[in-house]
Design a protein around this ligand. Structure first.
Ligand SMILES: Nc1ncnc2c1ncn2[C@@H]1O[C@H](COP(=O)(O)OP(=O)(O)O)[C@@H](O)[C@H]1O
Ligand SMILES: [Mg+2]
Length: 266
């Protein structure tokens, strides 16, 4: 489904500040697989997502998505196949447009009829049903401007928008990190429901190790641009947070103290 082969990416190449953010990363995901990704700040997690999403091109390596070589495909073309969510709820939605206009935008952009604009009456019912599944009462506020919603509500809407036409791949970059604990928990629940209902191949970056081990079926740890751990099945089921931290300190030359991921257990 997703195949990354020998991906490398350096920033500020050829300058004294050159930083190699991805070093020869190879990774294969099967269809419907849900992989969680952990690693300390600056490990290259977001860079990996940016490379897959087409924010920039790799220096070396290849990315195949469902058989298509997308290595040099423009970002806007990848966006029709890859759903993305970021930490900041503001990034996924248009604040001055209503809930139904936002959903229509996502729906029309990703449907075959890409040139359709506006909200079509027969689509509104589909949107209303989808949004009712969030259990946030938003189905009665379809004409409310999105800028008036809470962060959690906006992130739930972003999630719907990213998946309204089932994407080949869903990339979640710490998409609950900016929310209060109750909203974060709710968004995680909605995420798991949508992903499993549609069997969406998903990668989720999180700094919450506990959540990384409990969510999805496989966990990868990145460190200094390399995958240093890739666990699934029984090995993952038996994994504990202390054991993972121990493995991290064995594998990584990074010091553990100023590492935010190790202190978060909520
Ligand atoms: N656009 C960029 N220009 C320069 N350096 C960057 C850029 N994006 C990321 N980096 C650097 O690459 C490294 C990896 O960053 P990132 O992938 O964002 O880490 P994280 O694992 O925390 O998501 C960091 O050292 C970061 O400063
Ligand atoms: Mg990041």
């Amino acid at each position: 489904m997703l195949k990354i082969i020998n991906a490398s990416k350096a920033f500020l190449a050829g300058t004294p500040n050159e930083h190699v953010a991805l070093k020869n990363v190879s990774l294969s995901l099967t269809k419907g697989e849900f992989v969680t990704i952990i690693g300390s700040n600056g490990a290259g997690k977001s860079t990996l997502f940016n490379a897959i999403g087409g924010t920039f091109w790799l220096d070396r390596g290849k990315i195949l998505l469902q058989g298509d070589n997308i290595t040099y495909m423009a970002e806007h073309r990848r966006a029709s196949m890859i759903g993305r969510l970021f930490q900041d709820p503001v990034k996924g939605t248009a604040p001055d447009m209503t809930i139904e206009e936002n959903l229509a935008l996502a729906y029309n952009r990703k449907s075959k009829n890409g040139l359709r604009i506006g909200v079509h009456r027969k689509d509104v019912q589909i949107f209303r049903e989808k949004i009712a599944q969030l259990n946030m009462g938003l189905e009665n506020r379809m004409k409310t401007k999105v800028g008036l919603l809470s962060g959690g509500q906006r992130q739930a809407l972003s999630l719907l928008m990213a998946t309204i036409s089932t994407p080949r791949l869903l990339l979640l970059d710490e998409h609950t990190a900016a929310l209060d604990p109750a909203s974060a928990e709710k968004i995680m629940l909605i995420t798991k429901n949508i992903v499993s209902q549609e069997s969406i191949t998903t990668m989720m970056i999180t700094h919450n190790i506990q959540s990384a081990l409990k969510t999805g079926s496989r966990t990868i740890m990145l460190d200094r641009g390399k995958i240093i751990l890739d666990i699934s099945g029984q090995e993952r089921a038996d994994m504990t947070v202390p054991r993972l931290m121990e493995l991290f300190s064995q594998q990584s030359k990074n010091t553990l103290d100023n590492d935010r991921m190790l202190f978060v257990n909520n």
